[in-house]
Design a protein around this ligand. Structure first.
Ligand code: NAD
Length: 507
């Protein structure tokens, strides 16, 4: 097992995992990692140098030559050990994650758990990689397909799920026989490093996973490097577009998961209290920094009269530091993000939305410097207003009104995003109509955050996803593998030898 000297020396410098060793970068410029509740600098992430990037990529390429030959059952056995280690260290990972993201401890553990579930799914690789075969497709000829790994894959991940999202990618890529270079978010790099330490402890060869830190420059190296065969990205829309365009322009396979604006449609026959509780949790949980948060409530018909109760429920939620058990959510990731959210709230007011609850002046006792934004509620929001059109990524709920389910569907289908949506209703017919007609990749029926478990795939759509094959589930196995089709015939099967065959055989 490789030991991370970072922990031993108690240095705040985040290390890279290159060629099986934890190495301190020789870069000149470092990126501060701050505690969102205090602004204390808790670590520094490197801007990994071009030389170090090259070492990581070539080490992954070298490792691929032998790793792809390891039987899939053996690779899966290592993954069984890894998922067990992740569970054993669940609390510890939750705390590291909570400290650097500001999430509450309970929510941080949820982030880790959703990643563990993907590692569990990766243990099924031997069955998931099985492919097709057919006998005697023509006289004496059999055909079979083989799934095999593609090479060195790269993952570029966002700040908001520093355990779950790296785990969406590297376990499935590696268990299928690839090697992997991970470039986590520079804002919370310590959780991914701990995931990588446990990965080595599980017994994987030390060079099949490389972890390099940094930002745009390091990402661009991965997108353009000829050795990288596939890129998995999660982050904001402009960066997702850049990643998809650049990596496909460099002839790579790419799956790029982007930003979102998710709607929860509320019909008058829905269970009022259940709906309001679920809506508020979805909109402000994790400070609204979830790509699947329902940040727009579509109040259909008389549900517009539920507004005072929605407001009252939001007023019961307060933010706090990660270890405050009474807090509903934590601080926003950084001061710039908090200011952007406050500015957008101001913009919403200016553009005519009614600010029912204003979280801009929120404070938390004992933490005067934290990135706090209180629960915020707008009514009278309309498409075309900035608070409707832009992803706010803060604890801000916009309510819009619709006269009918058809009107709600038309509004949502006109929205460029398509990550998630929910409908709350007691009517099976209305839910059936909604799930059939809505042009969004993931739909919850009385479920506020419809993130699929890992034996399905995460199927964001429209402007929330660029690519073909989605994360985890069967689609991920296809993303990380290539198909080879073998058509074979043996001449001892009694086929008479004739002269040269110069035509396409039709039997
Ligand atoms: P981000 O786009 O700022 O960063 C994502 C990654 O890209 C990071 O690793 C970052 O270092 C890198 N990066 C940043 N700017 C870059 C640039 N100009 N060129 C190349 N690389 C760059 O996103 P974020 O703020 O970390 O994460 C929040 C966003 O991610 C939100 O928009 C959210 O909706 C989205 N998200 C989407 C999903 C999904 O499944 N669709 C899931 C989680 C988060």
């Amino acid at each position: 097992m490789a030991t991370n000297p970072q922990a031993m020396q108690n240095t705040p410098d985040v290390l890279n995992l290159i060629a099986g060793e934890w190495r301190k970068s020789g870069c000149a410029d470092w990126i501060d990692v701050t505690d969102p509740a205090t602004q204390d600098v808790i670590a520094r992430a490197p801007n990994t140098t071009p030389d170090e990037m090259e070492q990581a990529i070539s080490s992954a390429a070298e490792a691929f030559k032998t790793w792809k030959e390891v039987p899939v059952s053996e690779r899966a056995r290592m993954m069984f050990r890894y998922q067990a280690l992740l569970k054993e260290h669940h609390d510890e990972l939750g705390e590291i994650l909570a400290r650097e993201t500001g999430k509450t401890f309970a929510d941080a553990k949820g982030d880790v758990w959703r990643g563990i579930e993907v590692a569990e799914q990766a243990c099924h690789a031997p069955a998931l990689m099985l492919a097709d075969s057919a006998e005697n497709i023509a006289g004496g000829i059999d055909t079979r397909t083989i799934t095999h790994p593609i090479g060195v894959c790269a993952g570029i991940t966002p700040f908001n799920f520093p355990a779950m999202i790296p785990l969406w990618f590297f376990p499935l890529a590696i268990v299928t026989g690839n090697t992997f270079v991970l470039k986590p978010s520079e804002q919370d790099p310590m959780t991914p490093n701990r995931l990588a330490e446990l990965f080595l402890e599980a017994g994987f060869p030390p060079d099949v996973l490389q972890v390099v830190h940094g930002g745009r420059e390091q990402v661009d190296t991965l997108l353009t490097h000829p050795t990288i065969r596939a890129v998995s990205f999660v982050g904001s829309v402009p960066v997702a577009q850049h990643v998809y365009r650049t990596s496909t322009d460099h002839l790579k396979r790419c799956q790029a998961f982007a930003g979102a604006k998710n709607h929860m449609v509320i019909l008058p026959d829905a269970d009022k209290q259940q709906t309001i509780n679920n809506l508020v949790g979805s909109a402000v949980g994790a400070a609204g920094q979830r790509c699947m948060a329902n940040s727009v409530a579509v109040l259909v018909g008389e549900t517009r009269e539920w507004l005072p109760e929605i407001k009252a429920a939001m007023e019961t939620v307060r933010p706090g530091r990660w270890d405050d058990e009474g807090a509903g959510y934590g601080a926003v990731i950084n001061a710039g993000a908090a200011q952007r959210i406050r500015d957008l709230i101001g913009q919403g007011e200016k553009e005519g939305a009614k600010l029912e609850l204003d979280g801009r002046e929120c404070t938390v006792e004992g933490y005067p410097d934290g990135n706090w934004v209180g629960p915020t509620l707008f009514s009278g929001v309309k498409p075309g207003m900035t608070v409707y059109d832009e992803e706010i990524f803060g604890p801000v709920l916009c309510t819009v009104e619709a006269g009918s389910l058809d009107e709600a569907i038309a509004m949502i289908n006109a929205n460029p995003y398509g990550n998630g949506t929910s409908i709350f209703t007691a009517s099976g017919a209305a839910a059936r109509k909604y799930t059939h007609e809505i042009e969004v990749g993931q739909v919850g029926v009385n479920v506020p955050i419809p993130v699929p478990v890992p034996f399905f795939s995460f199927t964001g759509a429209k402007g929330s996803f660029y690519g073909d094959l989605h994360a985890y589930g069967k689609q991920s196995i296809r993303f990380f593998t290539e198909t080879k089709t073998v058509i074979s015939r043996w001449f001892d099967s009694g086929i008479p030898a004739g002269g040269p065959n110069l035509t396409i055989n039709m039997k």
